[in-house]
Design a protein around this ligand. Structure first.
Ligand code: S3P
Length: 432
């Protein structure tokens, strides 16, 4: 059995940096993801006057400037490819009443920003967007007031932008979501002494005057872990133990789907680390009777079954859909995903790219307006995959390409640097 760790959770890493920067003293962060996206958040904070040291995955200390300590940037803030950076930092600068312009790469500049501009405007911010609804976005200094926001889209980034704006402006905010989304911001805020009331689709923040400094232990990223679970499901890797993975229920949808497809995944040593549930994930390939292996169902492609994924499930597995699509390519029968229109506004149009790339390597796949249909098979797959610079497309097809007998070329393997710079080494390390 291979035993591996995956890098720190990307969502928690962004938030750990942002909240450390706003703390009333220095905060230690352990296990931070060091990747291009998280670098973008660190760069944004430095531009706002926070002395964020070079990122360190082992341990680093961020000197907090307090809720009133941010300074206006002298140049546009470059959010690169990172949607979380752009949307959460917009909330921060609006809350602080600073003038700031946010820019990004070609992909990020096309992604929807109206979804955060609208609630920030409703709080009193002046936010200018280009007519195509993307970046550059310019926020002008104004004083904010409290807000109750019913978000039409289930987005943790929208929810977090409003919470951060309320936190920094010290005004009450309440966000209602159509479906529960990842709640890392809420968990981290609560651990820092912020007064929050919440249920599964509502969170309300009351001003408390300050944000405590404190340590964060960033668990392994379950979205990254899913790529290696997918490798086991596809028979590209044998039994695998992934240590210290975040198992927050708002992130576990892909594990549930992989189990429905036939993979055996156990959660072992469940514990709470800094307000987040953490466990080791053990995925067992078919017929593995070694110590630690369960000889369970998962593993051989022929043992995998197609599944149906509907709108209710989408928010808890949205980032994992490219990988699940690649697993579905080797599952018996049809896999149908609907209610996933948000995939079209991720780092790429992931509906179109997943379908085009599956077709390019010989899989029967069909595009829907809000999802896709895939008919799995056993034949060898070969061809060239276009990533459009999207890290999750590269990794998903990298996993499919690691299946013995497949010959898949990913056009831009280096784009994995956005979330997992050493992905290809990790995939090699767990291959059969
Ligand atoms: C994220 C939220 C999700 C997710 C993204 C990270 C976050 O986006 O897809 O990769 O860290 O808050 P949305 O908020 O747009 O759904």
């Amino acid at each position: 059995m291979s035993v591996l760790r995956v890098p720190g959770d990307k969502s928690i890493s962004h938030r750990a940096l942002l909240l450390a920067a706003l703390g009333d003293g220095p905060s230690e962060i352990r296990g931070l993801l060091v990747s291009a996206d998280v670098e973008a958040t660190a760069r944004a904070l430095r531009a706002l006057g926070v002395a964020v040291p070079p990122l360190d995955a082992t341990v680093m200390v961020v000197p907090g400037v307090g809720l009133r300590g941010l300074r206006a940037p002298t140049e546009p803030i470059d959010c690169a490819n990172s949607g979380t950076t752009a949307r959460l930092v917009a909330g921060l600068v609006a809350g602080a009443g600073l003038d700031a312009t946010l820019v990004g790469d070609v992909s990020l500049s096309r992604r929807p920003m109206r979804r955060i501009a609208e609630p920030l405007r409703a709080m009193g911010a002046t936010v200018a967007l280009p007519s195509h609804d993307g970046l550059p976005m310019t926020v002008r200094a104004t004083a904010l007031h409290g807000l109750t926001w019913r978000s039409p889209v289930a987005s943790a980034q929208v929810k977090s932008a409003v919470l951060l704006a309320g936190l920094v402006a010290q005004v009450p905010v309440e966000v209602h979501e159509p479906q529960p989304t990842r709640d890392h911001t809420e968990r981290l805020l609560a651990s820092r002494g912020v007064d929050l009331v919440r249920d599964s689709t509502m969170v309300a923040l009351r001003p408390t005057g300050r944000l405590d400094a404190g340590p964060t232990d960033v668990p392994g990223d379950p979205s990254s872990a899913t790529f290696l679970l997918g490798a086991v499901a596809l028979g590209a890797a044998s039994t695998l133990r992934l240590e210290h993975i975040g198992v927050n229920p708002t992130r576990m949808g892909a594990v549930a789907v992989l189990r429905r497809m036939g993979l055996s995944v156990r959660l072992e040593g469940m514990r709470q680390v800094g307000g987040e549930p953490v466990a080791d994930l053990v995925a067992t390939s078919v017929g593995d009777l070694s110590p630690g292996g369960s000889g369970g169902l998962g593993g051989a492609p022929s043992a995998l079954l197609g599944v149906t994924i509907g709108p209710d499930e989408v928010p808890v597995l949205i980032d994992e859909l490219p990988l699940l699509a690649c697993v579905a390519a080797r599952a018996a029968g049809e896999t149908r995903v609907t209610g996933a229109g948000e995939l079209r506004v991720k780092e790429s149009d992931r509906i179109r790219l997943v379908v085009e790339n599956l077709q390019a390597v010989g899989v029967e796949a069909e595009e829907l307006a809000d999802g896709f249909v895939i008919r799995g098979g056993d034949g060898p797959l070969a061809g060239r995959v276009r990533t459009a610079g999207d890290h999750r497309i590269a990794m998903a097809f990298g996993v499919l390409g690691a299946v013995p007998g497949n010959a898949i070329v990913v056009d831009d393997p280096s784009c994995v640097a956005v979330s997992w710079p050493s992905f290809w080494d990790a995939l090699d390390a767990c291959r059969r």
